[in-house]
Design a protein around this ligand. Structure first.
Ligand SMILES: [Cu+2]
Length: 609
């Protein structure tokens, strides 16, 4: 709390200044809406201020091409029931549901239920689970709802996810939850481009840095500290740039919150004194968001739909395809929800307020971060003096500032802060997180242009550009499953996969081989427990998603390791998770950056009886 207030003070926002600012911003927004209305008279529906909701035993979803307004401009989108995002699907744990998806596009479509435990034929991945949904047909998905929490759904066909086919899923639990809140809001973050995504991919294939206008120039070398020049020569030798944090950026993207641009300002209206549950979903095609509500601490209660031991934080990085539920207790009449793109090329924004017209100050975006030599997996011993120069916020010491809030320090014996102090029991069922993977001789061929020399665990690091603002940032190492796992079967084998890429040719893959239909599945045997070790050879972060089953992300906490469906693997990171092969069938396993998946970072995991 006090740290957050310090932040406000630093920005010089006195109470008086706050009110004046609010008034001005409201006028600007109203004017903006009026102008938008004129420009689009009679043609385009105004964007929905609220998510529509569908529920019940039978739900109809209609996929079509729709002309609508995005950020006040005319756009052609692929939509579900006419809007972006699609409707919130509201289900109850234990019910059966039939979802009738009709296709009015002139190409095949599909819907994948992200994070839901469904029969393999209902998972919605063309070529893996089913043939897809041809034009002018309706496909009926039927499955029992076996879980609760916050999830989402999206097309798994071509670039339809980028052009609007995504929406939230909220499943109410059978048993009441141990949370105290009076109101909830679902917050869908996404990225929109007015370009054709095929064009975007073509641009990236021609030049991987096409959307990266944030390169350092000779002019700003003068502003950089000593050592920066040597640092630059190293980057040049590796044909990379320390500013390549994201490959599709705010140069083409408009970032949306529940379908609304920052100027349109999505609002959640609450009554004074209420506690709120916020269900964050990163439904973007290629954007990591760093989310905070300046002045309001957030209590994280669920990750990827699964309950965790509550942990308080001030900011979190939400990887593509992840969800996170938090509780907040607003103290003011209006609070900004600020979601900065990881590379600081733009942001999404909304407001929680007691008055439907109120706004709160919008913070400035932070300077773009720079990757460090550690992000390239350069050995620490021969990089002294290199990564200290010019690294604006990208340094890589373990983030010890991320200690849990005092309220939870009563959890005896649970070390939330860092995973290095593992006891003997932990060593037996979790990996030693201090392990450093040295890359062997296999460079994985032309599909891998940037082999990290070494890879190590970074789960206690908040990520590039985070952790140096004086407030708390969530890390994976803080997540603990709320209810300990019961599966004590030993892990019988390990599957190691390298995340590989060639930025210049925009090739992305596992183990250097781009996915093709004839590639053999990764076969698991029903009931076995397998450890997957992911080694990121690239300098980009990749959100890796497994369909069909949750995995136990190894944060060194054994039966308290959190259950996830998506794990962010940081540059030059070695991370691992354990999966119990309990869902028979073929399941997609891929990077959830849409363009990376399309470029080949995709495999099929098959569980055989
Ligand atoms: Cu990727």
């Amino acid at each position: 709390m006090s740290r957050s207030h310090d932040n406000h003070d630093r920005r010089g926002l006195t109470r008086r200044g706050f009110l004046a600012n609010t008034g001005r911003a409201t006028a600007a927004v109203l004017l903006g809406r009026f102008v938008t209305g004129c420009a689009t008279t009679g043609v385009l529906a105004a964007p929905r201020r609220r998510l529509s909701v569908v529920d019940g035993r039978t739900i109809d979803l209609h996929i079509a091409e729709t002309r609508l307004a995005v950020a006040g401009q005319s756009a052609v989108a692929t939509t579900i029931n006419g809007g972006i995002p699609g409707p919130e699907i509201r289900l109850r744990e234990g019910q059966d549901v039939t979802l009738r998806v009709s296709n009015a596009l002139d190409e095949d479509t599909s819907i994948h239920w992200h994070g839901l435990l469904v029969p393999p034929g209902m998972d919605g991945v063309p070529g893996v689970s089913f043939p897809g949904i041809p034009p002018a047909t309706t496909f009926e998905y039927r499955f029992p709802v076996r879980q609760s929490g916050t999830y989402w759904y999206h097309s798994h066909s071509g670039f339809q996810e980028q052009t609007g086919i995504y929406g939230p899923i909220v499943i109410e639990p059978r048993e009441p939850e141990p949370y105290n809140y009076q109101r909830e809001f679902t917050i869908v973050l996404s990225d929109w481009t007015f370009e054709n995504p095929h064009r975007v991919l073509a641009n990236l294939k021609r030049y991987g840095g096409y959307y990266n206008f944030q390169r350092r120039t000779l002019a700003n070398l003068a502003d950089e500290p000593p050592g920066a020049l040597a640092n630059r020569f190293s980057w040049a030798r590796m044909r990379m740039d320390a500013t390549d944090i994201a490959d599709v950026t705010g140069a083409t993207y408009t970032f949306l919150m529940n379908g609304l641009s920052p100027d349109e300002n999505w609002r959640g209206v609450f009554e004074p004194g209420e506690r709120l549950r916020l269900r964050f979903i990163n439904a973007s095609a290629a954007t990591y968001f760093d989310v905070r509500i300046p002045g309001l601490p957030m209590q994280v209660i669920q990750a990827d739909g699964m309950p965790v031991v509550p942990v308080e934080t001030d900011e979190f990085r939400l990887a593509i395809a992840e969800t996170l539920d938090v509780l907040v207790e607003p103290t003011g009449a209006a609070h900004t929800i600020f979601a900065e793109a990881m590379d600081r090329s733009g942001h999404a924004r909304g407001t929680l307020a007691t008055d439907p017209h109120a706004t709160a100050p919008v913070p400035g975006r932070r300077p773009r971060p720079l990757l460090t030599m550690a992000d390239m997996g350069m050995d620490h011993s021969n990089m002294q003096g290199m990564d200290n120069g010019g690294a604006a916020g990208g340094d890589h010491g373990p983030a010890h500032q991320n200690t849990p809030s005092e309220e939870h320090s009563g959890m005896s014996g649970m070390d939330h802060s860092h995973a290095s102090g593992m006891d003997e029991m932990a060593a037996a069922c979790s990996e030693n997180l201090d392990v450093v993977a040295r890359h062997d001789g296999d460079g994985h061929g032309a599909g891998n242009a940037m082999v990290a020399e070494t890879a190590r665990s970074r789960i206690s690091e908040p990520g590039v550009g985070l952790g140096q603002d004086g407030w708390r940032v969530l890390t994976y190492s803080q997540l603990r499953r709320a209810t300990p796992g019961e599966d004590s079967q030993p892990v019988t084998r390990t599957i190691e996969l390298h995340l590989t890429g060639n930025m210049e040719r925009y090739m992305w893959s596992f183990d250097g081989e781009q996915y093709h239909r004839d590639m053999p599945d990764i076969v698991l045997h029903y009931g076995e427990r397998v450890r997957f070790v992911l080694i990121n050879d690239t300098m980009m972060a990749h959100p890796i998603h497994l369909h069909g089953m949750f995995f136990e992300l190894d944060v060194g906490a054994c039966e308290r390791n959190p259950l996830k469906h998506t794990v962010n693997v940081q540059p030059a990171e070695r991370t691992s998770f354990v999966v119990t092969a309990q869902e028979v069938g073929r399941w997609a396993f891929h990077c959830h950056i849409l363009y990376h998946m399309e470029a080949g970072m995709f495999r099929v995991v098959e569980v055989r009886v």
